[in-house]
Design a protein around this ligand. Structure first.
Ligand code: PLP
Length: 374
């Protein structure tokens, strides 16, 4: 059997990660300015993280019956404190798409409606419901979701309001800052307008913070730059620093009942060990603050470069938009300067999602390389 090839790859095989660097099979070192699509939050192989997972494996092996183990309560409690959502509940699952699938389902259970409002250039994952909310008409048609989904431009509040006024829409789902689509910030005023429209029409307001959450923007969630408190918040990626874990953060207006949601693997012992280590390190090393400071520093150093049309995003969730495709630029950064960066569905955007542990010296390595190339 061979693997089903769905990813474009560089001809490099990474076999080791340490701090903010990864190493290939020939021992070459690369600065990681992409963090596996925002997955690496506390750096590669952080000692606290490795110890937490190793100790857990030694205790219980890979036992994965995850139903309401005590570690889940500890994780929920710590997450509540660090994120400012102490009065919300946490449902644990395995990935971002699964978190969104559960959030969309919860919304529908809550108000009995089945339509979804989402946004152009948005991305919410690849399961059938999550993909329906993703801006890709071909896939929406394939999962027969075109009748139930309405996509609006970011900022089109009047359009969304008209859709919600029908009272047929179960939920509005929006990213705190669009990631895959090219780092597009909806802005505080738009999020606040959406929340108000949702409240007035009994529509559930879902913030997908799978990529923009977990401290990366300088606040725990990107939406915390606005005066909003969503009904549901979805998380994954940076939550486990590479270990698969996701979750839905659920407002107290929802009432849990047995069988309403469920999963075999979600929130298993190892996932909790990974998730707890991430939160402990984020707190101990003040990583949200570091994200903010290094992000601001990168912006300040790049903002006067003429060939960069626009710098978007916050903290360490940044998109640099150029006049043309960044394919060659990314290739050169990797080949010549040994720096990994990311692409977006907008081919003119260079996506930067380094670990939140990145230092000013490492930021300078990237800034100097980019400046040299430009
Ligand atoms: N939501 C957002 C905003 C994402 O960026 C992604 C993945 O890139 C997902 C959901 C899906 O997450 P996963 O790949 O863990 O299913």
């Amino acid at each position: 059997m061979k693997n089903y090839k769905v990813y474009p790859l560089f001809d490099i095989t990474i076999e080791k990660g340490e701090g903010n660097y990864v190493y290939d099979t020939a021992g070459e070192r690369y600065l990681d300015f992409y963090g596996g699509h925002a997955v690496i939050s506390i750096g590669h192989s952080h000692p606290t993280y490795v110890t937490s997972i190793t100790e857990q494996v030694n205790k219980i092996g890979f036992y994965s019956n995850s139903v309401q183990i005590p570690q889940q309560e500890e994780l929920a409690e710590k997450l509540g404190v660090l994120s400012g959502y102490e009065d919300y509940d946490l449902f644990l699952c395995n990935s971002g798409a699964e978190a969104n699938e559960n959030a969309l389902k919860l919304a529908s259970f809550q108000n009995g409606r089945n339509k979804i409002v989402a946004f152009k250039n948005g991305f919410h994952g690849r399961t059938s419901l999550a993909v329906a909310a993703t801006d890709n008409p071909k896939i929406q048609a394939a999962v027969n979701a075109t009748d139930n989904i309405q996509l609006f431009e970011l900022g089109d509040l009047e359009g969304v309001k008209a859709a919600l006024a029908t009272k047929e829409v179960a939920c509005v789902i929006i990213e705190g800052i669009q990631g895959v689509g090219g780092i597009n910030d909806p802005g505080a005023a738009f999020l606040e307008g959406l929340q108000k429209a949702c409240k007035e029409t009994g529509t559930i307001f879902i913030l997908d913070e799978v990529q923009s959450g977990y401290g990366r923007t300088g606040k725990f969630f990107a939406h915390q730059y606005a005066d909003v408190k969503p009904d549901l918040i979805t998380i994954a990626k940076g939550m486990g620093n590479g270990f698969p874990i996701g979750g839905v953060i659920i407002s107290p207006d929802f009432e849990a009942s047995f069988g309403q949601l469920g999963t075999t693997f979600g929130g298993n012992h190892l996932a909790c060990a990974a998730g707890l280590a991430v939160l402990d390190v984020m707190k101990a090393e003040n990583l949200m603050n570091n994200s903010q400071q290094i992000g601001d520093y990168i912006i300040s150093q790049l903002k006067d470069i003429k060939s960069i049309k626009e710098i978007r995003g916050k903290g360490l969730l940044l998109g640099l938009e150029f006049e043309d495709s960044v394919k060659e630029l990314r290739g050169e950064l990797l080949k010549k300067y040994k720096i990994f960066t990311g692409a977006a569905t907008n081919p003119k955007v260079l996506r930067l999602l380094p670990p939140m542990t990145i230092t000013k010296t490492e930021a300078d390595i990237f800034i100097n390389a980019l400046t040299d190339l430009l």
